[in-house]
Write a new protein. Structure first.
Lengths: 220, 274
């Protein structure tokens, strides 16, 4: 195998390793919240350092490969999306940390309400991320396309959580601080879903060479 | 016989923003239809069909021996100068079969620049004036003006204006190649064929030739054979990929380098060939 192909494969593996760690961070942050597990939350916070290091490593690899190889076609598309997926994964890691920090705060006070929608939303988001990374591994645009509609369902659950928490806050203002934490958790999960959607769109660009983002804007 | 490769480029939708007048589409300058070419019994080209559009740069890429230079040389019938060659199919210039044209007139209209700069052992002035003198063309302009204009068009004037009577052989390789382009331009060709014109030049001289070709395309149609894929990507509007005497893919250059439709093209341009 040519040297460049070996380096592209190493980049591929580096992205997947980062994806796996981010997937784990998201899962653990929600588990820490649901199980009121402060130790698990702290692990998520610690793992962010590794995610950040991976981001720097991947950026450096892509920059070097672009500078030295003048890639075209599939190689070029891979390097372009590697930079984007890298940024999306790092942002997801930050959002997982934010959930973990709120889990630590919430573990110190009684629950304002049973957590039903949040774990359901988290499970949906985790599936989205898993499928988008899987579609990247398999170079499967059809699988990537299945991720996109799930984002609407995530938005809808977030809206439910917001209105439910609003009611709780109106009826009992003493729980407002905890409810705000839970609102931010829902918002963070929704943002993670958005980043996951970006990855799925990138995979479609990688495989098919077409840009499906912002369809309304493209018609202008 | 195998089907010829698809060769007419699909243009992206074009219209002027106000939608008032249709955007002028480039005309087809040269059209090859089902061209086969033989060196003796060896068939070097197989059923090549390709449309070359007017005032565009068309690049032909592919590995050594793929037939791209053979095809280029067939476009002004310079391939006929090689013995025991035979061509089948049809190539037209402005819709007229080039076989029916006077070959000298054809080669005046379709000029050629070769891989290695090949100035004549004459002065810079006489090199550029050569074609005009033997053709006895364009009585409207004095020879001096034709030479100056050609050197300007080849972006060489400023470097040689004070030494037009010096030997062309004293010029650097890059300057010699631009001189050869000026010599070709002096007879006002409609098409300029270039066979790896930058392969013996350094990056600075290469950049000058590329800029020159880019500026020339307003005035003439350019077909360039190049081994340098980045060069094709930088300057060509359309690119054709040849492999083993066949035209595998022909499309807008951006498409060829972003998402070619044929695996063979992808393998070649990404260096995974063979």
């Amino acid at each position: 195998m040519r040297h460049f192909a070996v380096e592209l494969e190493e980049l591929n593996q580096a992205l997947l390793a980062m994806g796996a760690l981010v997937e784990s961070s998201i899962h653990c942050s929600v588990q820490a919240l649901v199980n009121r597990d402060e130790r698990m939350a702290r692990r998520v916070i610690e793992d962010e350092i590794r995610i950040n290091q991976m981001e720097l490593d991947i950026d450096a690899r892509v920059t070097r490969l672009l500078a030295l190889n003048q890639p075209v076609a599939g190689d070029l598309r891979l390097l372009i999306i590697a930079l984007k997926i890298n940024t999306d994964l790092e942002r997801m890691g930050d959002l997982a940390v934010n959930i973990a920090e709120r889990a630590i705060s919430l573990a110190k006070v009684p629950l304002v309400k049973p957590l039903i929608d949040t774990p359901r939303m988290a499970s949906l988001v985790e599936d989205m991320l898993h499928n988008s990374l899987d579609s990247f591994v398999k170079r499967d645009a059809a699988l990537a396309a299945t991720v996109l509609p799930a984002d609407d369902e995530v938005d809808s659950i977030r809206d439910n959580i917001y209105s439910e928490l609003l009611e709780v806050m109106q009826s009992n203002p003493t729980v407002v601080p905890s409810a705000i934490h839970l609102m931010f958790v829902a918002r963070n999960l929704e943002r993670i879903a958005d980043h996951t959607t970006n990855i799925a769109e990138d995979v479609i660009f990688l495989v098919r060479g077409i840009d499906i983002r912002h369809p309304a804007a493209q018609k202008l | 016989m195998e089907l010829a490769a698809v060769t007419t480029i699909k243009e992206p939708a074009t219209s002027d923003p106000a939608g008032e007048k249709p955007v002028e589409k480039p005309l087809l300058k040269l059209q090859a239809s089902n061209v086969n070419f033989f060196y003796g019994s060896y068939q070097a080209l197989h059923g090549i069909s390709l449309d070359i559009r007017e005032r565009r740069i068309t690049a032909l890429i592919g590995p050594s021996g793929c037939g791209k230079s053979t095809f280029l040389r067939a476009l002004n019938r310079i391939s006929e100068t090689i013995r025991q060659t035979r061509i089948e199919g049809r190539i037209t210039l402005d819709g007229i079969d080039i076989q029916s044209l006077d070959v000298t007139n054809l080669r005046r209209r379709v000029g050629m620049v070769f891989q290695r700069p090949n100035p004549f052992p004459k002065s810079i002035f006489d090199n550029v004036a050569y074609g005009v003198r033997i053709n006895g063309l364009d009585k409207r302009l004095p020879l001096k003006e034709i030479v100056e204009r050609s050197l300007h068009r080849a972006a060489l004037w400023d470097e040689v204006k004070d030494k037009l009577n010096d030997s062309a052989l004293a010029l650097s390789g890059g300057q010699q190649q631009r001189l050869c382009i000026a010599r070709a331009l002096a007879v006002d060709p409609e098409v300029l064929l270039l066979d790896e014109p930058c392969s013996s030049l350094d990056p600075i001289a290469t950049a000058k030739i590329e800029d020159l070709l880019f500026n020339l395309k307003d005035q003439c149609t350019i077909v360039i054979v190049t081994h340098n894929m980045q060069q094709a990507a930088r300057i060509a509007d359309e690119t054709g990929f040849f492999l083993m005497g066949k035209l595998i893919e022909f499309d807008r250059t951006e498409v060829m380098f972003k998402k070619p439709s044929k695996q063979e093209t992808e393998d070649y341009i990404t260096g995974r060939f063979g």
